[in-house]
Design a protein. Structure first.
Ligand code: NAD
Length: 452
């Protein structure tokens, strides 16, 4: 669904009216419709900053060079030259005075930041801090990065933070490429944890990263699932799109458009786990990527909610997913090194009026990935959740006009995301290069203000 406000704000003939009415003037976000590039930072101004005693700086420098450019240690002398990517290694910030480097680095740079720029900060993992003050200083960086994200969002710029364990600095490459790349366009104000707890994969390429991998995306006849399937195909995966028989026509259309294999199935059917195990064993000898995307809403206030609304939502959004994992994991259909991604929601983070059933299931998935991550680490499997905010899909199209308009604007970027934005984050979490991140929930919500 198109957002007329973005078009009006971008058109010189109507931009003045948007301003006069005091409406937000959202910027057109930069997006990619292709696969990952081998050198995505080529031609970009990348400014690299550091705190005293930081420990990720040499890794960050090498990553930037490998991604196609030499990092700058100071702002370009030409005052008209913008900065496209700002990387700050704040892993050495261990006391209040040490935080001053954030001000010193970002204050002069902030007016030079280009539209759709990327800011990425690394900080020490608070649980590794040698004392409570150092842990507090690391946590301070979270408040800083989320606030800066709010100040830059109207320019389409994003700000994200990674807490990095000392022994996991060699796992930053894929993470930096994503959070500093065009693919993370609607992901801002987020915090990820990069650790070495998951067994590392063998060497992997920077592009066509999923070549030869077998992938399943549930609920992929349309919406976020369809965009995800398309994105995984672009990276070389062999993708199976699953949806209910009622969505058969759309499912087959999607599959022939993107080059995927259709599978009609209700994930909440009693035989679904068995059928999936048999299917992937026979067709692919196993499964490398599992995206639990299928989900439904049955909204009512609790007082008005019929029992079957509760049951349907819990069965499809939560019970079906864990039943499938149980069989695919115990029978090792999900191979060592696999990636699992669960679609949660900001309703699961913050709760939502009239969505007690839905929010319960989406919060369950946040707890599920956090608990499963340590169980699966020895097998090299990463499991994470993605929590979309307002994404323009059939699900959000059904909202009443005013609710939709408010939902769409209640974020730092003043606009909804598109399915591709959510798909980019899911696809990133399916790559081998995400081996430092497991058990996290990342929002793709333009830094939605609800539950922030
Ligand atoms: P959508 O309704 O457009 O698509 C969901 C798909 O899942 C449909 O094709 C549907 O047929 C399929 N499905 C439903 N029940 C199924 C079942 N039992 N078995 C197999 N397939 C089934 O939804 P969407 O907006 O693309 O959302 C995708 C996921 O993202 C969902 O889990 C949703 O809860 C979550 N999410 C979406 C938004 C948003 O703004 N669109 C926000 C937060 C979370």
């Amino acid at each position: 669904m198109s957002d007329l406000l973005i078009k009006f704000a971008a058109n010189p003939a109507t931009a003045g009216i948007v301003k006069m009415l005091g409406l937000p003037a959202p910027i057109a976000l930069a997006r990619s419709d292709g696969a990952y590039a081998a050198q995505p930072f080529s031609g970009k101004n990348v400014l690299l900053g550091r705190s005293k005693n930081c420990y990720a700086i040499e890794n960050l420098r090498a990553i930037v060079l490998d991604a196609g450019t030499s990092p700058l240690d100071a702002l370009p002398e030409d005052e008209n030259a913008g900065v496209d990517i700002l990387l700050m290694d704040a892993t050495g910030c261990a006391d209040p005075a040490g935080l001053r480097v954030l001000y010193d680095f970002f204050h002069p740079a902030v007016r030079r930041i280009s539209p759709n720029a990327r800011v990425f900060i690394t900080a020490a993992l608070p649980s590794e801090a040698s004392n409570p003050v150092a842990a507090a200083a690391a946590r301070a960086i979270e408040g800083f990065s989320r606030s800066l994200a709010m100040e830059l969002g109207m320019r389409g710029a994003t700000v994200n933070l990674a807490y990095v364990a000392r022994d996991a600095v060699d796992r930053l490459a894929g993470v930096v490429r994503f959070f500093c790349g065009v693919q993370s366009t609607y992901v801002s104000g987020q915090v990820v944890h990069v650790t070495s707890r998951v067994a590392a994969p063998a060497a992997f390429p920077a592009s066509a990263v999923l070549k030869g991998k077998a992938a399943l995306v549930t609920g992929s006849a349309r919406g976020i699932g369809k965009a995800t399937a398309e994105r995984l195909v672009q990276e070389g995966a062999q993708v199976v799109c699953l949806d209910v028989a009622g969505a058969s026509e759309a499912l087959h259309e999607t599959c022939s458009a993107i080059g995927a294999m259709p599978l009609e199935m209700d994930i909440a059917g009693p035989d679904a786990p068995r059928r999936l195990a048999d299917f992937f064993k026979e067709k692919f000898g196993g499964l490398d990527i599992l995206v639990h995307n299928a989900g439904i809403t049955r909204d009512k206030t609790l007082a008005n909610m019929p029992g079957h609304y509760w049951d349907m939502v819990v069965d499809i959004n939560f019970a079906a997913l864990t039943a499938i994992d149980q069989v695919l994991l115990s029978e090792k259909i999900l191979r060592d090194g696999a990636r699992i991604v669960c679609l949660s929601s900001i309703s699961g983070v913050a709760g939502n009026f009239g969505q007690a059933n839905y929010a319960a299931t989406k919060a369950a998935l946040i707890g599920y990935v956090a608990a499963q991550a340590s169980q699966l680490a020895d097998r090299g499997i990463c499991i994470n959740a993605v929590a979309p905010g307002f994404i323009e899909t059939a699900m959000t199209k059904e909202m009443p006009f005013m609710t939709r308009e408010v939902g769409r604007r209640l974020n730092t970027m003043r606009q909804g995301g598109i399915p591709r934005d959510a798909a980019e984050l899911v696809a990133f979490l399916c790559t081998p290069g995400v081996h430092g991140i497991s058990g996290d929930t990342i929002r793709v919500c333009g830094q939605g203000l609800i539950g922030a």
